[in-house]
Ligand binder design. Sequence first.
Ligand code: SF4
Ligand code: SF4
Length: 100
Amino acid sequence: MPDGTNFTRDGTPWEPLYIEAIDMEKCIGCGRCFKVCDRNVLAMMGVNEDDELIEPDDDEAERMVMTIANKGACIGCNACARVCGSGAMTHVTAAQATAL
Ligand code: SF4
Ligand code: SF4
């Protein structure tokens, strides 16, 4: 894992914030985060009456939630957090991710 030191085009220091978790109790399945992520990190899943994750097209899905399908592909742009109005997402710095 890199140490998190990055720079914008003009040389300003910038620290990525990587997706770490999505709280399925807070997520309303709006899909906004999925639309802004171009790294194929996120995936919509269904939730059945027992709060188990199932395929989104399963007839037993009572609601939808966003899940993290490919955490390692996240570039830490933090765009998903900016569009989530539910406070469902947790992001971490590179140092925090290494410690997990
Ligand atoms: S931080 Fe950026 S790359 Fe990572 S999941 Fe969110 S939108 Fe995708
Ligand atoms: S933007 Fe937030 S509430 Fe909407 S699907 Fe993503 S995590 Fe869930």
